[in-house]
Design a protein around this ligand. Sequence first.
Ligand SMILES: *Cc1c(COP(=O)(O)O)cnc(C)c1O
Length: 465
Amino acid sequence: MKLIFEKSVPGRHSSILPACDVPEVDLGVKREEPLNLPELCENDVSRHYTQLCQRVHGVNCGFYPLGSCTMKYNPRIDEEMAALPGFTNVHPLAPKASVKGSEAVLELAAKYLCEIAGMDGMTFQPAAGAHGEFTGVLLIKQYHDARGDKARTKIIVPDSAHGTNPATAAMCGYDVVNVASAPNGCVDLEALKAVLGPDTAGLMLTNPNTVGIFDENILEITRLVHEAGGLCYYDGANLNAVMGHVRPGDMGFDCIHMNLHKTFATPHGGGGPGAGAVGCKEFLKGFLPKSVLMEGEGSIQVRGFAGNFLVVVRALTYLMTLGKEGIPEASTNAVLNANYLMQKIKGTFTPAFDRVCMHEFVLDLSEFKKETGVSALDVAKSLIDHGMHPPTMYFPLIVHEALMLEPTETESKETLDEAAEIFRALYAQAYSDPDYMHAAPHHAQIGRPDEVKAARNPIVRWTEA
Ligand SMILES: *Cc1c(COP(=O)(O)O)cnc(C)c1O
């Protein structure tokens, strides 16, 4: 398929503007060379983008069980609300008195999300989950600094944490202390006790963790960290598993981020705008970033204004549409769907942890690969030929040949049954025709790109030949 620049024909355009009927004014600032924009008629533009969108797999095309990403179907009403001109046309520097509606959206969304998380204050500035973690750990840092406690230089991160957790702690200037998981997939309490001390600034816990397990010792974990003088950070990116049932604040956590672009209705996957809403307990509220519409008092600012505001509009619409009954129902169904699919697949592929999971589960294909030579990557690529988006691969790192599936609550029983059948068929095919799977996908636009080159040497910008 050609790039839009390659389709450009000089002089071709779609005139929609009337001729200028006021005197032209020279502003005194002008490009030395005209901007090189593609020239096409409306028809060409429309076809170009339609063809592009037909080449990608989205939640609107089919099943998308990409673990840890919560690729659920986002109701259209959330988009409609975020597209209201009163929200899209508001200027970030508009006088406060003129944007009372936007202010009310932020306040109400913060109120509901604080209620769900068990927190007292919130900022919407962070643009993503990792950015939210960064903000949250800076709250912890400011807290210790304000008390003159300079000895706390370490953040504890269990090995089942999301990869962004240790990266965040390091970005904030902390030494990262890794704690191993026990064989049941939960934090090893003895290993935790061994690393706690007067140098502990805090602990970052991903819960449910990256193997889809709710840590059964969570109250003991937060108690131990507090006893040592540290604070507890909850990675709530995957709140889809617990919202409406348990509150991180009640489990002893002091701050949290929630990915509004996973759990709360903003579509994601192409790196579009997100929001890592950060909630905290009363005693940390004073450290929250300042913004025009939300009254933080802290000295940090992690993004301009109130963050990605329209993402918050979608989240509020989602919360208000589901209501107090619908929110726990959504997480109940997310957990039910994951367990259902795990049980249906279990006769063939092996779960890494054979126990009740939360919103996602991990398959361990290491034995299967030894027997058939077919890798997790081969299975993932083969799924594409069946119209399904591959699960997350080779993550978490503590499971070898991992495939991590998160079906989400928005999939029907029929979709899950069909997915289980596809897995069964591929399992059988691995024994009968492994070579076919090594070469998959056979029916996709792109087969197997050089992923290392794509990651190390990405060409993301068109340059004129
Ligand atoms: C997705 C995710 C993150 C990171 O969120 P981004 O918005 O991608 O930065 C952090 N923690 C967990 C558990 C996640 O699933």
